[in-house]
Ligand binder design. Structure first.
Ligand code: NAP
Length: 410
C-alpha cells in the first residue's frame, strides 16, 4: 500500500487495482476527466496543497508565464520540490526533478499545472518527466495555452505514465487568474484597491488620504504591489497625494507604475518622477506637448501616447492592451474614485479590495471610492462576491470578485 507523505494511511478499499481509503474519496474533485483514474491518495492531496503554496512564491515575478508549483513523492516522502520563479528560468517540474535526481525514478509528480510539451525558452517538461522515470502524475489543471492544452498529458500517457487530473482544480485556477484571463480575452486581470473611512470616504475634505490605512494595512498594500505586475493610478491621485507606489514596507520588487494623465500634468518634482530612474514609470497621455514630454523623458519616464477616448481621456482598454503586450498580466489599480469608476463602467475590473479604517471623516466634498456609475436602483447594483473579510491591524479588509456580467470572467 502506498503511504501518505510522512505517515502511513489506514487500510482502504481496493478499486481497479488501487487502494483508496474512504476518507480519500472525499477529497476527490468532482470534475475528473472521464479517462482519469477517479482517485488520489491523501499524501498526494497534501502534496498538491504544498505545490499550491510553492506556486504562490512566483506571484509578481513569473509573468507572462503562469505560476506553477511541483512536488515529487516517493515511498511516502517528498524527494523534490520546485516552483517557477521567472520567465526564462527553469519550470517548477524541472526544478523538482533536479532536486530529486535519481530518486525521481518510480516517483509521483504532483503539479498545479499540466507540464509543457513544447520547446520554449526551456525544454519540454513532459519529456523530462518521462526520461526521469516518473511513474504517476497528479495535476491541478490543464494548461489552456494553445501550445500545451492537452499535449503534455498526452505525451505522459503515451509513455505509459498514469495521469490524474483536476485535483484541487479550483484552487489551481485561482493561482493563475491573470494568465487565464489573458489567454481568454487578451486583457490583463485587474484588481481595484481603495482605503475608505468608516463613513465611506476616500479622503478628508482637504483632499488628503495619506495615513487613512494603519501600518498593517499599508504593509498589506505593499505586499499586493509586489504580487502584481503593474500598479496604476490617475493624475488626480498623483496631484492630491504625491504617492511613490513602490514596495518599501515588505520584501519584494516594485512593479511598473502607470499614471493615466490625459494632458500630461504629472509634476516633474513628484515622487513618482523622482524615482523613475530606479523603478519604471509610464505616463499614459493624449498630450502632444513636446517640451513636457521631453522633460519627463529626460528623467527616465516612458511616455505612452494614445488618441483620446470618446470621453476625451486616455483610453483605459488600450492602456491595458499595451500592458498585456508587455507581458504584464495582473494590474493593481490604486486610483481615486474617477479611475475606479471608469474601470467599473467599462467592465475592465475583476476584483475589488476595500480597506475600512475605524475613522469617521465627515465632510461634504469627498465621495466614496466610486463616482456615478449610471445605476439608479438597487437592482442595478454591481454584485461582488463571494466576499472575503479579515482584520488587518486596526482596519477591516473586504475583498470580492466582480459578478460575471461585469468583467471578462474565465
Ligand atoms: N483612500 C484611497 O485609497 C485613495 C486612493 C487614491 C486616491 N484617493 C483620493 O482620491 C482623490 C483623487 O480622486 P480622483 O478621482 O481625482 O483620482 P484618480 O481617479 O486617481 O484620477 C482621476 C483622473 O485620472 C485621469 N484620467 C485619465 N484617463 C482617464 C480615464 N480613462 N478615466 C478616468 N480618469 C482618467 C483624469 O484626469 P485627466 O482628464 O486630466 O487625465 C481624472 O480626473 C484624492 O483626494 C485622493 O487623496 C484616495
Amino acid at each position: 500500500m502506498r503511504t501518505a507523505v510522512g505517515r502511513v494511511r489506514p487500510a482502504g478499499v481496493c478499486l481497479r487495482g488501487f487502494f483508496v481509503s474512504m476518507r480519500v474519496s472525499s477529497i476527490e474533485d468532482s470534475r475528473f476527466k472521464a479517462d482519469s483514474p477517479r482517485r488520489i491518495e491523501e499524501g498526494e492531496d497534501r502534496a498538491m496543497r504544498a505545490a499550491i503554496r510553492l506556486a504562490r512564491r512566483g506571484f509578481g515575478t513569473t509573468h507572462p508565464n503562469p505560476r506553477v508549483g511541483a512536488v515529487l513523492l516517493r515511498e511516502g516522502g517528498i524527494v523534490g520540490e520546485g516552483f517557477h520563479a521567472r520567465a526564462g528560468e527553469a519550470h517548477a517540474e524541472a526544478r523538482a526533478l533536479a532536486a530529486a535526481g535519481s530518486r525521481a525514478r518510480g516517483s509521483t509528480l504532483v503539479a498545479t499545472l499540466e507540464p509543457c510539451a513544447h520547446h520554449g525558452r526551456t525544454p519540454p517538461c513532459a519529456d523530462a518527466i518521462v526520461s526521469a522515470g516518473v511513474r504517476r502524475v497528479v495535476l491541478g489543471m490543464r494548461d489552456p495555452n494553445p501550445l500545451v492544452n492537452g499535449r503534455g498529458v498526452a505525451r505522459l500517457r503515451a509513455a505509459g505514465i498514469e495521469v490524474v487530473e483536476d485535483v484541487r482544480g479550483a484552487e489551481c485556477r485561482e493561482l493563475n487568474r491573470p494568465y487565464l484571463k489573458h489567454l481568454a480575452t487578451g486583457l490583463p486581470w485587474v484588481m481595484l484597491k481603495s482605503m475608505i473611512s468608516l463613513d465611506g470616504r476616500v479622503a478628508a475634505d482637504s483632499g488628503d488620504s495619506r495615513g487613512l490605512g494603519g501600518g498593517s494595512e499599508q504593509r498589506l498594500c505593499h505586499r499586493l504591489r509586489a504580487e502584481h505586475d503593474a500598479v496604476l493610478v490617475g493624475i488626480g491621485t498623483v496631484l492630491a497625494d504625491d504617492p511613490e507606489l513602490t514596495v518599501r514596507l515588505v520584501r519584494g520588487r516594485s512593479p511598473v507604475r502607470v499614471v493615466l494623465d490625459t494632458d500630461l500634468r504629472t509634476p516633474a518634482g513628484s515622487r513618482l518622477v523622482m524615482t523613475a530612474g530606479s523603478v519604471p514609470l509610464a505616463v499614459a497621455t493624449a498630450s502632444e506637448d513636446r517640451a513636457r514630454i521631453e522633460a519627463l523623458e529626460r528623467r527616465g519616464v516612458s511616455i505612452w501616447r494614445f488618441a483620446r477616448s470618446p470621453e476625451g481621456r486616455v483610453p483605459i482598454r488600450r492602456v491595458l492592451s499595451r500592458l498585456a503586450a508587455e507581458g504584464r498580466l495582473s494590474i493593481l489599480v490604486e486610483g481615486g474614485p474617477t479611475v475606479h469608476s471608469a474601470f467599473l463602467s467599462e467592465g475592465l475590473a475583476d476584483r475589488v479590495a476595500i480597506g475600512i479604517a475605524p475613522l469617521i471623516l465627515g465632510g461634504s466634498k469627498t465621495p466614496g471610492w466610486t463616482r456615478d456609475l449610471g445605476r439608479k436602483g438597487v437592482g442595478d447594483a454591481i454584485e461582488v462576491g463571494p466576499l472575503v473579510m479579515r482584520r488587518v491591524g486596526r482596519d477591516l479588509w473586504v475583498e470580492g470578485a466582480l459578478g460575471a456580467s461585469e468583467a471578462g470572467r474565465v
